[in-house]
Design a protein around this ligand. Structure first.
Ligand SMILES: Cc1cc2nc3c(=O)[nH]c(=O)nc-3n(C[C@H](O)[C@H](O)[C@H](O)COP(=O)(O)OP(=O)(O)OC[C@H]3O[C@@H](n4cnc5c(N)ncnc54)[C@H](O)[C@@H]3O)c2cc1C
Length: 295
C-alpha cells in the first residue's frame, strides 16, 4: 500500500514548529525518525494532511549531565543513548535497555521522543521513564511544562500531549548512591517488540530492597507498576518464601491480555520469571556480575 498524500513541512526553529502546530492542529503529525510514522502512513493507519519534519530543528538533540538529572533531547537517537558515556555512567538502566530497542538500523534513526510520544505498550523507553521517575518536557506556543512519566502515559497509544505540543526532552533524575537497576525482556527474536519486559530499580542495603520500582511492559495498555509486589518486597530480605508470595501478588495485580502467540497465563508466567531474575540481579552481592550500580 502507498501512503496517502500529504504536505511536507520542514521548519527551521521551534517557534516555526509551534506556529505550524497551532495552525494545523490535529491534521498535522510530527515526523521525527520516521521509523513508526512512515509505516503507519503506508498502512493507512494514519492520514495526516501535513507532516512537520523536526529533524532540522536546533536544540532537540543531545545528552547532557545536569545538576539533578540526565537530560536527553527528544531527537536523540536510540543508538546515541546506547553509546553514550554519560548514560552508561549515570543512567545504567537506559544503557542496558538500549540494545533491546528494535534492530540496529532502526536504532540509528528512531528517537527517544518518537518512542515516548507513540507510547507503544510494548516499547522499552516508556517503562524505563516510569521506573526512573523521569519528567517529560513538553513545549508549545503556550510555553513549557513538565509531566511526570507516570502521568504522561494515559491509555493505549494515548499520552498527555496536547495537539499543539511536542516533546522537547526527557529528564531522568540522578539516582541516589546505592541505587541499582535491571532490565530484561522476552522477545520472539532479539530486536522485535517484546512479549513482556521489566524495568526495575531499587536502593539496596545488604539483601534488602528499598524504594523498589517494578515497571512491566507488554502486560497492559501503558507501563504497568507492580505496586502490590513492590510493597510486599519493600525493605525485606529476599527469601524463597517472600519470592513465592511476591509472585502471587503479581498474579493478583497483573492482567495481561493474550496476543497472537501467547496466552494470558503464559504472559503472566513470563512476568513472574522476569521479576525473579530482576530481584536476584538487584540483590546480588556487590562486585558480582549481577550488580549494576548507578554512579
Ligand atoms: C521493525 C521495527 C521494530 C521495532 N521494534 C521496536 C522495539 O523493539 N522497541 C521499541 O521501543 N520500538 C521499536 N520500534 C519502534 C522504533 O523504536 C521507533 O523508532 C519509535 O517508536 C518511534 O521513533 P521515531 O523517532 O521513528 O518516531 P516517528 O516514527 O517519526 O514518530 C512516531 C510518532 O511519534 C510522534 N512524535 C515523534 N517525535 C515527537 C516529538 N518530539 N513530540 C511529539 N510527537 C512526536 C509522531 O508524530 C508519530 O505520531 C520498532 C520499529 C520497527 C519498524
Amino acid at each position: 500500500m502507498k501512503a496517502p498524500s500529504f504536505d511536507y513541512l520542514k521548519p527551521a526553529s521551534l517557534d516555526q514548529v509551534f506556529a505550524l502546530l497551532h495552525k494545523h492542529g490535529d491534521s498535522a503529525r510530527i515526523l521525527a525518525g520516521g521509523q513508526t510514522l512512515l509505516a503507519t502512513l503506508n498502512m493507512r493507519l494514519s492520514e495526516p494532511k501535513f507532516l512537520i519534519d523536526i529533524q532540522g530543528v536546533p536544540g532537540l538533540s543531545g545528552i547532557s549531565l545536569q545538576e539533578q538529572c540526565v537530560r536527553i533531547g527528544a531527537m536523540t537517537r536510540h543508538g546515541e543513548i546506547e553509546e553514550s558515556i554519560v548514560v552508561a555512567r549515570h543512567m545504567p538502566l537506559l544503557a542496558m535497555t538500549a540494545p533491546h530497542v528494535a534492530h540496529k538500523a532502526i536504532r540509528n534513526k528512531g528517537t527517544l521522543g518518537g518512542s515516548l510520544a507513540f507510547a507503544d505498550p510494548a516499547a522499552e523507553w516508556p517503562s524505563c521513564a516510569v521506573a526512573l521517575d523521569a519528567q517529560l518536557v513538553l513545549a508549545s506556543r503556550r510555553g513549557l511544562r513538565r509531566v511526570p512519566a507516570a502521568d504522561f502515559f494515559q491509555a493505549l497509544y494515548t499520552t498527555a500531549l496536547a495537539p499543539d505540543e511536542i516533546i522537547v526532552a526527557c529528564e531522568f533524575p540522578l539516582q541516589p548512591s546505592g541505587a541499582r537497576c535491571s532490565f530484561d525482556e522476552v522477545a520472539r527474536r532479539h530486536g522485535d517488540y517484546p512479549t513482556v519486559g521489566l524495568a526495575a530499580v531499587a536502593l539496596v542495603a545488604g539483601q534488602r530492597l528499598q524504594q523498589l520500582r517494578l515497571v512491566f511492559l507488554g502486560v497492559g495498555n501503558i507501563p504497568t507498576r507492580a505496586r502490590a509486589a513492590e510493597s510486599l518486597l519493600e525493605g525485606r530480605s529476599l527469601t524463597p518464601e517472600l519470592l513465592a508470595a511476591a509472585k502471587l501478588a503479581l498474579a493478583g495485580e497483573l492482567a495481561p491480555g493474550a496476543d497472537l502467540y501467547n496466552s494470558a497465563p503464559m504472559k503472566l508466567h513470563l512476568a513472574q520469571v522476569l521479576m525473579q531474575r530482576a530481584l536476584a540481579q538487584l540483590a546480588a552481592p556487590a562486585g558480582t556480575p549481577g550488580e549494576k550500580q548507578h554512579g
